[in-house]
Design a protein around this ligand. Structure first.
Ligand code: PBG
Ligand code: ZN
Length: 318
């Protein structure tokens, strides 16, 4: 009989044998920036998460800096929405102003910007709309404009989350032509149409006004198709590939890790966070242990980068 338990006898040998270890740099922390002044709005369905106006951002940026995490991911919430999402690529849009503010006050923080129109459009869809249809090719120039305008403010990385076909190639070309050949793209490549985004849509005011996102986000039943989406984004020149959500899709993440030689990210989304927080608030689970187990599983499955609302807590628990 082989005795596996020899290497589990006490904490010292267990910690030597540990295969997967979390590090603060693994994490990217999403931040919601809202137009207005002196705002720190709690997001009800995401305990511990707030919408900040720019003048209140420092409070959370200090914590980010202190935690030494990899970076932040910015989501802007504009006051004005229109069918074209014009505030997404306005020079003085909320996200543009937020990036400039952070760059000036916290140049050491790595800033990823989400590239998508749904927070900025009056209909709440991620692209241009004609009747009930979400247009693909007509949307691409707007995504390019958004990426370039944020690159101009000093954002470090662009993360397109819209799921239009061909957007990685379009954004890469647009960034290159504007002189931002060094700005990496992290594509939400395998992004599934998921009920797990519910709390985010409260936080970012981005719920679709009609219908759903199933004509552009993926069917959660499809693992093969996820690999084809990823292959296409690599072909189009993405630097990093993301799978989203995380927990119900670790098979996709693992499969991607075995299939492709490309850095992988995973997005531990709002609904996953909300479930943990709700159960923990009820005393039904041990929050710290559950969070560390979940995040370690994501890294074990192959994620180089974990985008998570737990980031600041997790750093304290490592
Ligand atoms: C915007 C976007 C969404 C998320 C990230 N970027 C919402 C959506 O696609 O509806 C979800 C993040 C989360 O749930 O935490 N397209
Ligand atoms: Zn969107």
């Amino acid at each position: 009989m082989y005795r596996f338990r020899r290497l589990r006898r006490d904490e010292r040998i267990r910690s030597i044998m540990q295969e997967t270890r979390l590090h603060p740099k693994d994490f990217i922390y999403p931040i919601f920036v809202i137009e207005g002044e002196n705002i720190k709005n709690p997001v009800e369905s995401m305990p511990g998460i707030f919408q900040y106006s720019i003048d209140r951002l420092e409070e959370i940026l200090e914590q980010v800096k202190e935690a030494g995490i990899g970076g932040i991911m910015l989501f802007g919430i504009p006051l004005h929405k229109d069918p074209q999402g014009s505030q997404a690529y306005a020079a003085d849009g909320i996200t543009q102003r937020a990036v400039r503010f952070i760059k000036e006050k916290y140049p050491e923080i790595y800033i990823v910007v989400d590239i998508c129109l749904c927070e900025y459009t009056s209909h709440g869809h991620c692209g241009m709309v004609q009747g009930e249809e979400i247009l693909n090719d007509e949307t691409l120039p707007y995504l390019v404009k958004m990426a370039v305008s944020l690159a101009e403010t000093g954002a470090d990385m662009a993360a397109p989350s819209d799921m239009m076909d061909g957007r990685v190639a379009a954004i890469r070309e647009g960034l290159d032509q504007a002189g931002f050949t060094q700005m990496p793209i992290m594509a939400y490549s395998a992004k599934f149409a998921s009920a797990y985004y519910g709390p985010f849509r409260d936080a970012a005011h981005s719920a679709p006004g009609f219908g759903d996102r199933k004509s552009y986000q993926m069917d959660f039943a499809n693992g093969q198709e996820a690999l084809r989406e990823i292959a296409a984004d690599i072909e189009e020149g993405t630097d990093i590939v993301m799978v989203k959500p995380a927990l119900a899709y670790l098979d996709v993440l693992k499969e991607a890790a075995l299939t492709f030689d490309v850095p992988l990210a995973v997005y531990n989304v709002s609904g996953e966070y909300a479930m943990v927080k709700a159960a923990a608030a009820n005393g039904w689970i041990d929050e710290k242990r559950i969070v560390m187990e979940n995040l370690t599983a994501m890294k074990r499955a192959g994620a180089k980068i974990i985008i998570t609302y737990h980031a600041l807590d997790a750093v304290r628990w490592i």
